[in-house]
Design a protein around this ligand. Structure first.
Ligand SMILES: [Zn+2]
Length: 320
């Protein structure tokens, strides 16, 4: 090897090392692209991921999360995603599989390093004893247990921990940052839950009817009494026969509030309300259901305030 070519090689090595050093910080700054099914999951991911993530929610807060149109534009989002987060438990069965098929991104398929099922370690309510596929074939869309667990802020902390684990998997160098954000999130949730539970305390045990069975987790946390549903089964529209039974039950139990999400028709609820002297109140099923509900924290503030006003204005009797 001549002196000249030796110099050339040394120069090339030095150049490449320098170039690598220049490239590395740019790589580290790449944000983790998080695509979630629901806006509530995107809000929690944003709280934990902070400046190191971009988030996008497929479903909008004013849509029924059981039924979302799997548009091709969502597949494009998923194709480029680092993390995909779903509620699970069959909530998104009708629309997530076609989106994941179309996305052609093996990392975000179940079992992949970018796949997150937010229900992991979440204690579930209403898990049926029967065969889920049989229940599904009968039209029950809660065949694996009630999937609306994000409506309990304390269960939201478990979701946040699941997201932390996934974010650390993606960017281990930012573990400390994500953990700090998780601690701040948990503290904020605890403070909010205590404050809202105290505000709701005079209304503990108040009886309500809900259109769809979305509220058992919210109910468990804040302590009202869900005595029935306008739907005969989750996902089955109200029948005249069922509504007669609901009216009877509401009169017997002195129920004066019917909870409904904005995406359901209010026709049957208004009819029942007119026969029972009740009011129909729209609660938010997700972040973004109304303009003012921008974060996961806002969701609880909004729903507790709105429920209290409905219980007061309807003259709902105080319950023990
Ligand atoms: Zn449901």
């Amino acid at each position: 090897m001549s002196f000249a070519s030796g110099c050339k090689i040394r120069f090339m090595v030095a150049f490449c090392v320098a170039a690598n050093i220049a490239v590395l910080p740019l790589r580290a700054e790449k944000k983790i692209s998080v695509v979630t099914t629901l806006p509530d999951l995107a809000s929690i991911a944003q709280e934990i991921g902070g400046e190191h993530v971009t988030t996008f929610a497929i479903a909008k807060g004013y849509q029924d999360p059981h039924f979302v149109d799997p548009k091709p534009s969502y597949m494009v989002r998923l194709q480029k995603a680092d993390l995909f987060v779903q509620i699970g438990l069959d909530l998104e069965t009708g629309w997530v599989p076609p989106l994941l098929d179309g996305a052609r991104n093996p990392d975000i398929l179940p079992g992949g390093r970018g796949f997150v099922d937010a229900s992991e370690n979440v204690p579930l309510l209403e898990v049926p004893a029967g065969d889920p596929s049989k229940l599904r074939s009968q039209g029950d869309i809660h065949a694996y247990g009630n999937p609306h667990y994000w409506l309990d802020p304390l269960r939201g902390k478990i979701v946040a921990k699941n997201l932390l684990d996934a974010l650390v998997r993606m960017q281990p160098e930012n573990q400390g940052y994500f953990e700090k954000n998780l601690q701040a999130f948990n503290l904020k949730i605890d403070t909010l839950t205590q404050r809202l539970a105290a505000r709701f305390a005079p209304f503990n045990g108040s009886r309500v009817i809900a259109f769809h069975n979305s509220w058992p987790y919210f109910d468990e946390r804040f302590g009202f009494d869900l005595v029935g549903f306008m739907e005969p089964k989750p996902g089955i529209p109200p029948t005249p026969r069922h509504l007669v039974a609901v009216i009877k039950k509401m009169k017997q139990a002195e129920v004066r509030v019917i909870i409904i999400a904005p995406y359901y028709s209010k026709k049957s609820s208004k009819l029942v309300a007119s026969k029972t002297d009740a009011v129909v109140v729209e609660l938010a099923g997700s972040v973004g259901a109304e303009d003012g509900i921008k974060t996961y924290f806002d969701l609880f503030e909004y729903n507790i305030n709105k429920l209290i006003v409905a219980l007061q204005t309807s003259g709902s009797p105080a319950q023990q």
